[in-house]
Design a protein around this ligand. Structure first.
Ligand SMILES: O=c1ccn([C@@H]2O[C@H](COP(=O)(O)OP(=O)(O)O[C@H]3O[C@H](CO)[C@@H](O)[C@H](O)[C@H]3O)[C@@H](O)[C@H]2O)c(=O)[nH]1
Ligand SMILES: [Mn+2]
Length: 758
């Protein structure tokens, strides 16, 4: 598929820029040396400690933190990113040479993911700058909802006007709900024709919005057995036949296809990964583009040039090996100010640029261009597949469908299918329904070796590591303006649920056969990339030392022991140094991204809260699964609701405030809070008892370091403290408070009884 565009005289289509990273490295090394000194000190002084339990536990936790620090240094050590030149691409490559792209959008629930959001995603993609005849958009609906289908039909009608409008006036934001916000009214000096068209489009979008809203509020009725909606009559969303409908073909629009895969109660549908595999197969049968882009329903294309940018990378390397997939980062629109819930991922900037200098960015589940041959399991050095591929082999890997095997053979042999010779999708409905069946994958490699891999609720990272394991590299492409915008979970509970799902999925991969070290030894995963994968796979496990460490200060205060050196000892400088330099380092990192002080604080405290609540539950649920006590589920997060006119979102003044629900995920947070509060009360009482004639000696002998840690934790869990006394949804449910209270009481009492001082 590679087109020879790298003419020796011509300028490159993409360039890798390397950052100078000396200052950050110096700070990281200083922190590392402090961490190591602390460990050495703990070893040397272990004999002299009367209370060796907290001392030993602290040593274990700090060894772990040092290990994690080394993992993160490994990722960030070199920093680089790739820039792209779409103008050069347009000069050099003819439109008809551009490869075809199949676009996949997934949605799973019209209530949690309101149709109008999904439809804006669809519209922004249909209006992308790229030869229309090379594009096909497939919407996978896991809810099998007639409303979604209806919305897609209406949206396609609207798109027939919307797309030419965007292209004619070179509109920048092509998701109408963002375009028609109040501050985008045409200027007086815009030409009259444009002003007129603008008003017309705005009204038409308003109509579309109303139709979708009204339909969503009315229950679906099965009056007319002949209507195109009749197939949705009495369907059970978890048990129904496959529904595939070609909504548009042979027009100025990309092909638009609706898919609801077959489901059966006895068969595990594998959540998003299952949906992606059906999309891959159906598109293989229908259009078989060599490239595939997948976008979650809560993202939209914000930069109409994004396909051209991606092509600079996909066509710009001499070897396909240098780019197995192109990941476009996700940015967030209308992100809450200062990121109160710590879910806008600003702090991952240096991680992603660090990966850019290794084997490449992780696959992050959305906004990613994949080569179909890579998803079909090809390795970079698999030249042998060209020529004759044995039919039995194809059968074993891809399943029984003749059409799919034919199309897969075409992809694997590297021949670039001609779109002029393509059969029209509507004649291939039966073949497609066949590959969308729940039993199609039995006895094939789908989900095991080809397609999106099963076995983790973070199917994206799992699929990505498998690709890197074969030796492919990946590239992150971040054009300006940001190419894809989405919404981060907008409430505290939903962002904890998202983190829990990630930690759960990442721990699952850690225990699977896609273990990074194995892939380095047996496959082609780079060693440093493997370490980078450990950094992310250990999220769930990290909750354990975090929680132990958070209990240590309280334990010491309550039992009158120490885990930190006393203020009177010189070595006290080490923990103080770590605390101080680390915080300065993070603040400095974030400042360079233009982040406010307030946001630094939010990120740092949410870092602790997420690790001790969501990650802990993610880890716990994998352990329960191992014992056969539970199953992993993919909990879809609630997407925001649109305001009344379908433009922008509801403006709730209280969005920044923390809310709570009955989920057990809050319990560890409350326990940590209560235990530390008890400890602080304890130490206040001690302070009152100090003999003030010998004040300094006494105070210095107290657990000042431990007290400071306790206060710091109290500040990190401040929102939980407010949640104890809040009202309505701002209050932690009494049942959770009671449970946490009992756990905290049991802990404190048992510590008191075991106290060495009694
Ligand atoms: O059974 C399912 C469940 C989910 N989805 C879709 O998966 C996408 C992601 O779901 P969402 O609730 O938005 O989860 P996020 O936490 O926002 O998703 C992130 O994390 C997921 C892995 O946990 C990745 O798959 C996503 O791409 C990544 O954006 C959405 O389009 C859903 O419609 C399905 O199609 N079928
Ligand atoms: Mn999402």
């Amino acid at each position: 598929m590679t087109i020879n565009v790298q003419d020796s005289k011509s300028l490159p289509l993409q360039e890798k820029i390397v950052h100078n990273n000396k200052m950050a490295r110096a700070m990281e090394l200083i922190i590392l040396s402090f961490l190591v000194s602390m460990l050495v000190y703990r070893i040397i002084s272990f004999k002299h400690q009367n209370h060796n339990f907290p001392w030993f536990l602290a040593f274990l936790c700090e060894s772990w933190f040092t290990f994690i620090w080394i993992l993160s240094m490994n990722i960030k050590w070199n920093q680089s990113y790739t820039i792209t030149y779409p103008e050069r691409l347009l000069e050099r490559v003819n439109e008809f040479e551009f490869p075809a792209v199949d676009i996949f959008v997934t949605t799973a629930d019209p209530i949690l993911e309101p149709c109008i959001i999904t439809m804006n995603t669809v519209l922004s993609l249909l209006a992308i700058e790229y030869p229309t005849n090379k594009l096909a958009l497939y919407l996978s609906d896991d809810a099998c909802s007639p409303h979604t289908y209806y919305s897609l039909v209406e949206t396609t009608k609207f798109a027939k006007l919307w797309v030419p409008f965007c292209k004619k006036y070179n509109i920048q934001v092509r998701a109408p709900f963002r375009y028609f916000t109040s501050n985008s009214t045409p200027l007086e000096d815009d030409c009259l024709e444009f002003q007129h068209q603008w008003k017309k489009m705005k009204n038409l979008y308003g109509d579309l919005y109303k139709k979708i809203e009204v339909a969503a509020q009315r229950p679906f009725t099965c009056d007319d057995p002949k209507s195109e909606f009749a197939v949705f009559c009495d369907v059970n969303r978890s048990d129904h036949q496959a529904i595939i409908k070609v909504i548009s073909e042979n027009t100025d629009l990309p092909i638009v296809i609706y898919i609801s895969r077959e489901k059966n109660l006895k068969h595990h549908h594998q959540y998003k990964a299952g949906a992606m595999n059906v999309l891959t197969r159906v598109s293989g049968v229908m259009t078989n583009a060599p490239l595939m882009l997948n976008v979650d329903c809560d993202m939209y294309a914000n930069n109409p040039q994004v396909f051209l940018h991606a092509m600079c990378i996909l066509l710009g390397y001499k070897n396909d090996q240098d780019c197995g997939f192109v990941q476009i980062p996700q940015a967030f629109h209308d992100g809450l100010k200062d990121d109160p819930f710590g879910n806008q991922l600003a702090n991952y900037y240096y991680i992603t640029n660090g990966l850019g200098a290794l084997q490449g960015i992780f696959y992050m589940g959305s906004n990613c261009f994949h080569r179909r041959k890579v998803i079909y399991g090809l390795s970079p050095n698999d030249k042998t597949k060209s020529g004759n591929i044995r039919n039995e082999d194809l059968h074993k890997v891809f399943g029984k469908s003749f059409e799919l095997r034919e199309s897969a053979a075409e992809i694997l042999s590297g021949s670039n299918p001609k779109i002029e010779n393509r059969t029209s999708p509507s004649t291939l409905i039966n073949a497609s329904i066949d590959v969308a069946g729940y039993s199609y994958e039995y006895g094939t490699d789908w989900g095991k070796k080809v397609g999106w891999l099963y076995g983790s609720t973070s199917e994206d990272v799992l699929t990505g590591i498998n690709i890197h394991g074969k030796g492919w590299k990946s590239v992150m492409c971040s054009p300006e303006p940001p190419a894809f915008l989405g919404c981060a979970p907008s409430t505290f509970p939903s962002s904890l649920i998202q983190q829990k799902r990630w930690a759960n999925g990442l721990t699952e991969i850690l225990l699977s056969d896609k273990n990074p070290l194995l892939l380095t030894m047996k496959g082609n995963l780079w060693f440093r990339q493997a370490l980078a994968y450990y950094w992310i796979f250990l999220w769930g496990v990290r909750s354990i030392p975090e929680i132990c460490y958070a209990f240590l200060p309280a334990y010491c205060i309550i039992t009158g022991t120490h885990f930190l050196p006393k203020l009177s000892e010189m070595v006290f400088i080490i923990p103080v140094g770590i605390f101080f330099i680390y915080n300065v380092y993070v603040l400095w990192e974030l400042k360079r991204l233009g982040v406010s002080l307030r946001m630094w604080w939010n990120l740092q405290r949410m870092g602790r809260v997420i690790a001790m609540t969501s990650w802990f539950y993610g880890f716990l649920s994998v352990m329960l699964k191992l014992m056969g006590l539970s199953k992993s589920v993919f909990e879809v997060t609630q997407k925001e609701h649109m305001s009344n006119d379908g433009v922008g979102y509801h403006n709730d003044k209280n969005v920044n405030r923390f809310t709570f629900d009955k989920s057990p995920v809050f319990v560890p947070g409350v326990v940590i809070l209560l235990v530390n509060m008890t400890a602080l009360v304890n130490s206040l009482l001690k302070l009152l008892k100090v003999d003030y004639s010998e004040i300094w000696m006494e105070v210095l002998g107290l657990e000042l370091g431990e007290m400071f840690c306790s206060i710091w934790l109290l500040l990190c869990f401040w929102e939980f403290l407010k949640g104890l006394f809040g009202n309505g949804k701002h209050r932690i449910p009494s049942s959770s408070i009671w449970k946490s209270g009992v756990i905290a009481l049991v802990l404190v009492c048992s510590w008191k009884r075991s106290s060495p001082l009694l």
